[in-house]
Design a protein around this ligand. Sequence first.
Ligand code: NAD
Ligand code: SF4
Length: 441
Amino acid sequence: MGRKLLLEKAGIENIRQYDVYRQNGGYSAQEKAYKMAPADIIEEVKKSGLRGRGGAGFPTGLKWSFLAKPEGVPRYLVCNADESEPGTFKDRYLMEFLPHLFIEGLAISSYALGANTCYIYIRGEYAWIPDILEQAIAEARNAGFLGKNILGTGFDLEIYVQRGAGAYICGEETALLESLEGKRGNPRIKPPFPAVKGLWGCPTVVNNVETLAAVVPIINIGGEEYAKIGIGKSTGTKLISACGNINKPGVYEIDMTISVEEFLYSDEYCGGIPNGKRLKACIPGGSSVPIVPANLLLKTAKGEKRMMTYESLADGGFQTGTMMGSGGFIVLDEDQCVVRHTLTLARFYRHESCGQCSPCREGTGWMEKILQNIEYGKGKMSDIDLLWDIQSKIEGNTICPLGDAAAWPVAAAIRHFRDEFEWHVLNPEESQKRNFGLAHY
Ligand code: NAD
Ligand code: SF4
């Protein structure tokens, strides 16, 4: 049984309520942290090796240390709760079932950063969760863990919940800030990074829900202890949302010492693939990361066991590896059509492109049309090369990572499953009959 730091209390009845959370040790990390100097908390987070859990894996302590501190200018902590990556639903679990753990993480992090205002920007589709969070915020405030002069430190903190309107692009940190400022969610060019010029032009740290919740166990057990869990630079525990063709879909906390095979087949986690089917492929880190075929999922490019770590999942680069990403683990069994799956994703990215950059605006729609033709038996062999060409011209040529995220799934699908694309071209009649509709995650 792997170590649980975030979901340790998840099974306790009524843990969503303040009293129950408190009776079970809740808010003791905040009490401990508020006796520390803010710089020492940042040091603990650095020592822990915690990496951003939203998808990029950027070292959290380092990001915090980049926060500019000009005189007389407010600083903000913004929590990115706009979890919209297809296949990813682990932040929802934390916010829905352990809201006080999350709020405690925000309170500690805000204090460490000297931010008196914290915003939670939550995706619009999580319509029932803001009420849960607002209730937890009110309870924490009544108990003296938020508001004015918290725990007698002289530190004031207000947390506000802002609902998004259902746009995937508003999960990109600068689009999120634009939206929070009341504007259209168009990504900004970086640099400047939010740490220097963020919300209303002020220094801002933007962190994911799980990242901020992880600060609670880091303070409880200490950064060094946290760093001992895991392998290399993949320290601590990670939430994985698992879905697709598996026996036990759900949210799992893993310590990053287990293999992909163990995660997929053991009863503690996904429980294997239903009906004795074979594994075809997997997208281990949410829809933006490359799909990998079964043989490369379980073994790295070097022929070693692939582990559930940032480094091992990426081993082999984009040729044979993939990424930890947001931890949205999507499994495809032998019956799934990779072309149809790629079309589903292409449609999603075309719909969600904000339209600012031409390679993304034009390319995503173009790729969708070609994939639609191939999937439904109207494609040509030359379309496969055209698709490859289009994705290669989007990658790296856009303002924000949505362009790359739209290109990579297409590239990886062609790289590893070209024969399936060719099958559709060579068998137009059968392709036309196979009208499954779109895949859903
Ligand atoms: P990024 O690598 O551009 O940035 C990571 C973070 O580090 C950002 O907060 C950035 O501001 C900060 N940073 C980087 N260099 C910095 C510097 N020199 N100074 C100060 N700050 C610096 O990646 P990103 O755009 O934040 O995230 C992309 C990832 O998001 C993708 O890989 C994907 O996996 C993931 N994603 C997740 C979801 C979700 O729902 N969880 C949705 C879409 C994409
Ligand atoms: Fe908008 Fe796409 Fe450009 Fe991102 S890459 S800014 S989503 S057009």
